[in-house]
Design a protein around this ligand. Sequence first.
Ligand code: PLP
Length: 404
Amino acid sequence: MNPDLDRLQPYPFQKLTELLKGHNPPRASKPINLSIGEPKHPTPEFIQRALAENLDGLAGYPATAGTEALRNAIAQWLQRRFELPAVDPLKQVLPVNGSREALFAFAQAVVDATRPAVVVMPNPFYQIYEGAALLAGAQPEFVNAQPANGFVFDPDQVPGSVWPRVQMLYVCSPANPTGNVLRLEQWRRLFELSDRYDFVIASDECYSEIYFDEARPPLSALQAAQALGRDGFPRLVCFGSLSKRSNVPGMRSGYVAGDAPILARFLLYRTYHGSAMSLPVQSASVAAWGDEAHVIDNRRLYREKFARVLEVLQPVIDVKMPEASFYLWLPTPVSDTEFARGLHANYNVTVLPGSYLAREARGVNPGRNFVRVALVPALEDCLEGAQRIRAHYLSLTQQRSAAG
Ligand SMILES: Cc1ncc(COP(=O)(O)O)c(C=O)c1O
């Protein structure tokens, strides 16, 4: 079999299961799982109805390019949301079965493994980027997000000698797990590098609709390109999703949008890969992209959770409100794995050690001494989880000061 399969790392949740094995939490307390980034707010009824009302679509094979209705709905949403003058639904947009498969498949279509290939990616990261690069025959090159630089994605960490081999760059904004959002100036720098070294930017924007200030939505790479006069979005493809925006992670629906010649080649790849979206899902997606009221309501729920949870945590832990996304990136007073294991064993709360989301690069694992806390369960559970995290944190710091 393909020997590159052996280069794939266990998924962070496999490592977490190993870490927690044999450390049984107190039976009396309710388990609270804040480790997985799976949205838990209910799917809006009108989306369920649109799916149910279109089940006759199951009788037909869908086209990989998607229906015109869906491509129009996505193009119009992109124009409205990112203030773009025009997005061509036939050339600049493609539906995908969730951004995950598309992020993976994209590297298979872009990377030319007959030449030395490097794929740049953030660290910590969404592990699909690494697996996609490895299976495409490329070498991952990590860009560390660290507190000292405000968790900003800083491509200038990549040594000058590496850039000529870079064929593709993943960037995640808003970032999972840090919530960092790239600014126009940072996009300008990425575009400059992409022009100079002729690589493709894959911009993962699946958290773009989970933000807290209705007046300041996160910038998309498409918007940044437009603002910088980059007509046609050269060498840029953005990935968006309904999963978090509309609470439909099980529907598997998202889009890619950007550079038309690249998307034409990606469509060719996808036709062979066989990743067409089921017609009922396409109809439900048209309904979802056409409505903003449920998205505003969704953000209200997250805003409330973050405000209430941070009221509990911030008096004792130096944890920041993220700019966007539904994660807290929480610093730990002991190693992240020890923190997560103790929190589970003593308080029945599960969080994800940051080091499992990152790799050692330039002498550090930038996820070390952080845990990722996903504020996805109901408000009461998030609050109860926060109280227990606070108690665990205080007990660890007290133990430390008693010992020291
Ligand atoms: C950073 C990031 N990108 C992409 C995805 C994939 O989302 P989906 O395939 O549901 O669109 C996730 C899911 O958790 C994610 O965290």
